[in-house]
Design a protein around this ligand. Sequence first.
Ligand code: IPE
Length: 257
Amino acid sequence: MLKVVKLGGAVITFKESYKNLRKDVLSRLLKEIAQYYLETGTCIVLVHGGGSFGHAVVSECLKRVGYIDPSCYAATADAMDQLSGFVRGIAIELGLPAVSIAPRSVCTISSGSTVCNLDVFRKLISRGLVPITYGDVVYSDKGFEVLSGDTLAWLLTRELEAGELIFVTDVDGVYDRDPKLDSSARLIREALARDVLGYLTESLFQADVTGGMRGKLLEGLRLGVRGVKVKVVGGFIEGNLYKALVSDSFRGSIIWY
Ligand code: IPE
């Protein structure tokens, strides 16, 4: 069974500080993935977010130019390649046969929907490689747009028929209210996607430009993902990602699609 793992940008970078990697957290998470991969040989696709690399560059461009012009596109692509280079370098050192695949080479956006040719993923996975991909800038019918790592993770899950999708986030799972704003927020341990979306109101979850927790979960339903176990896992707890990879006993939430 294939597993897709998305490492949130807020977990692997310091979001408020320009192009600043959380190297210790990233290394630990990759170590947990490598341990699991080397023990079980399970096929894995790794997706990572933009954090203070991609997001910071795009936000600056949008403020300055108002849209993603060719210079913004190039600078954002470069920032994401830098970040993915760090992820790949550490992954390879840890024994993962990792290779980066740039979404801008295989995906486009047309009338708001993303179309990707994922053949290269299928081929590399079938030969034992661990593809690393990420949120990126892509060609669109409106010019250029950001394709979020979350959207890509859902598409990979659907198209490659993954059995599990694991979101590694800076919160410890899905809460009924925003835990950053409300200390009485309750962690949802396990639920059906359509039920959980009823608890989360839009206004409480606007964590970042790509939509926060509600948007993350809603997107899977919008994209017609079915028969998948989705785990939302706290990334700052040592050993937690490994636990989520091998079992259902971890700090976080299980959401069924
Ligand atoms: C964003 O990807 C990529 C760019 C801005 C180019 P994500 O939306 O997946 O990033 P995070 O996880 O929120 O940082």
